[in-house]
Unconditional design. Structure first.
Length: 274
């Protein structure tokens, strides 16, 4: 088992730090008492890294992602995005938040907007002109592989296509960091494999830092540069696994012994945690 590390290793060491969690602690006060969700999380991720958070249900993955997104405030500790403190004197740093694009398990598209309007919505909120918005939506549809569906309604798209649109929307304003919480959890196995190939392609092309949450060990090993395994509640960093397969990776990788051995080791670690 690796201990927590606070410096990026290997090739990532030469790149600037993009996300840093320092002494993160999260407690929720509920009617039934305090829920201790996260304890002493110290991690730092370099620009351009693909990081996967893995761990048992309820260990705090979503909580940590929401903390990174500035949607939740940690009870203790600091979050730095591109070197900026996300919280300063009780105020969220909205400049830092602009570096973040978020994708959740459900695409959450607006049903009364068509696909290009949905994708361009963040740009509209930022005051971009209509022409710029439509052009950007068009480029993004191409990037995520839904060209030709710009004028369709969300309900006319499959689940996988709606997720692509949600990814395009998150990329619309050029955030440095993509935060994704089980974005493919609701998809069937084949669409999920396809989306894993696609997200790798988009990531390689757009050079973003990705923090990706999943339940699936094989999805984690397929996608990640590094896998952060969290322990059961309160979530702590249980281990960090470097995954150094060449890119682009394709699905045949999953049949190799090396791939299966990393999956097996992680599964054993998860089982040991109970
Ligand atoms: N707003 C909240 N109020 C109270 N408790 C919360 C809140 N959000 C999360 N929790 C609790 O914090 C713990 C961690 O929840 P979280 O959703 O982060 O887990 P998770 O690892 O994402 O789980 P899953 O894999 O099932 O999505 C859980 O015990 C959950 O009940
Ligand atoms: Mg979750």
């Amino acid at each position: 088992m690796n201990s927590q590390i606070d410096v990026a290793e290997g090739a990532a060491a030469t790149r600037p730090t993009e996300i840093e969690f320092s002494g993160i602690e999260k407690r929720f006060e509920t009617a039934e008492g305090t829920v201790h969700a996260l304890q002493d999380i110290n991690l730092s991720f370099a620009r351009g890294e693909f990081i996967v958070l893995l761990g048992p249900s309820g260990c705090g993955k979503t909580t940590l992602l929401r903390i990174a997104a500035g949607l939740l405030r940690p009870s203790n500790g600091r979050v730095l995005i591109g070197g900026r403190d996300l919280w300063q004197n009780d105020q969220r740093d909205n400049k830092a938040v602009q570096e973040l694009g978020v994708v959740f398990q459900e695409a959450n598209l607006m049903p009364w907007y068509n696909i290009e309007q949905n994708i361009a919505l963040p740009l509209k909120l930022r005051g971009a002109s209509k022409q710029d918005r439509l052009q950007r939506a068009h480029e993004l549809c191409k990037l995520v592989g839904i060209s030709g569906f710009e004028r369709r309604w969300p309900r006319e798209l499959s689940g996988g296509m709606r997720q692509r649109a949600a990814i395009a929307r998150a990329l619309s304003y050029d955030p440095e960091i993509l935060l994704m919480d089980e974005p493919f959890g609701a998809l069937d196995a084949m669409t999920r494999d396809q989306m894993n190939i696609e997200i790798q392609r988009i990531w390689m092309q757009s050079e973003r830092t990705v923090l990706f949450v999943t339940h699936s060990i094989s999805e984690a090993v397929f996608l990640a540069d590094r896998i952060i395994l969290l322990s059961p509640r309160p979530g702590r960093v249980h281990s960090i696994t470097d995954v150094s397969f060449e890119r682009p990776r394709d699905m045949r990788l999953q049949t190799t012994l090396e791939f299966q051995s990393i999956v097996r080791d992680l599964r054993e670690e998860l089982e040991e945690m109970g």
